[in-house]
Design a protein around this ligand. Structure first.
Ligand code: NAI
Length: 245
């Protein structure tokens, strides 16, 4: 798989899928810049650059892209991975919660794409991978705002892919099932019976288990690579078969 020598920016790279993607892509030979949400996520032993990047802040995007330009001469790959989950039905969702989820999960990603497209166009092409969710494809109990944001991600992905195919920019999304990360651990804890919640979640996946972050990272890296050179505008499920049930 060829991402060797490519310059990649990954958001939400301090934990979970973003961290695994950063490590996977680096091992595959990419120059990866890890966008971290908080200083606490910084790894003192990291062998790749880490930049604070709150996807809600245009100034942080500008800073991260300027860094990629200054250090590596530009940017070839953006992985829009940062996301938050706050559970709730429509009646449980306040305006503040709705705005926060949409701001991080959808508008943050929109800001990122808007920021990198000129840079990629100038280089003659690039790749964007957006992390959506199984919740973009099927209903999930009390995931109203989260599912809405992730459905938006798949629509935005198709639209961007259409607009920027002539620029040589491929744009795809991935839709993970339930993956063992801090986000999911918190969701299980919040249920009040984390053992039962885990069992219920496992039962939804035909492969009979939850996924691990590396299993998502490898698909993201594939979509970023030249091996996926004829793939654009797609939302690829990485879900142990959950979406076929
Ligand atoms: P996670 O909670 O470990 O990772 C999310 C990352 O986003 C964290 O590092 C967090 O600090 C960062 N983040 C939060 N707000 C941010 C902001 N404003 N700006 C920049 N970064 C911010 O959870 P996980 O599971 O690794 O999530 C990664 C992505 O995968 C998310 O978009 C999530 O919605 C998606 N996803 C996860 C699934 C799962 O089962 N774990 C299933 C489907 C989608």
């Amino acid at each position: 798989m060829s991402v060797k020598g490519k310059v990649a920016l990954v958001t939400g790279a301090g934990t979970g899928i973003g961290k695994a993607t950063t490590e996977y892509m680096r091992a595959a030979g990419a120059h990866v810049v890890a966008g971290l949400f908080t200083e606490a996520e910084r790894s003192p032993t990291s062998s790749f650059p880490q930049r604070l990047l709150d996807v809600r802040l245009q100034a942080d995007w500008d800073d991260a892209i300027a860094y990629c330009r200054g250090e590596f001469g530009g940017l070839d790959i953006l992985v829009n991975n940062a996301g938050i989950l706050i559970e709730g039905s429509v009646e449980e969702t306040t305006d503040e919660t709705w705005d926060l989820i949409l701001d991080v999960n959808l508008k943050g990603l929109f800001r990122g794409c808007r920021s990198v497209i000129p840079e990629m166009r100038q280089r003659g092409g690039g790749v964007i991978v957006n992390v959506a969710s199984i919740d973009a494809l099927s209903g999930a109990i009390r995931h109203l705002a989260y599912s809405t944001s992730k459905g938006g991600v798949t629509a935005l992905t198709r639209s961007l892919a259409t607009d920027h195919a002539p620029d040589g920019i491929r744009v795809n999304a991935i839709c993970p099932g339930t993956i063992e990360t801090p986000m999911v651990e918190k969701m299980f804890q919040d249920s009040g019976d984390s053992v039962a919640a885990r069992e219920i979640s496992i039962a939804k996946h035909p492969l009979g288990r939850l996924g691990i972050a590396e299993e998502v990272a490898s698909v993201i890296a594939f979509l970023c690579s030249s091996d996926a050179s004829f793939v654009t505008g797609q939302s690829i499920s990485v879900d142990g078969g959950r979406s076929i049930r």
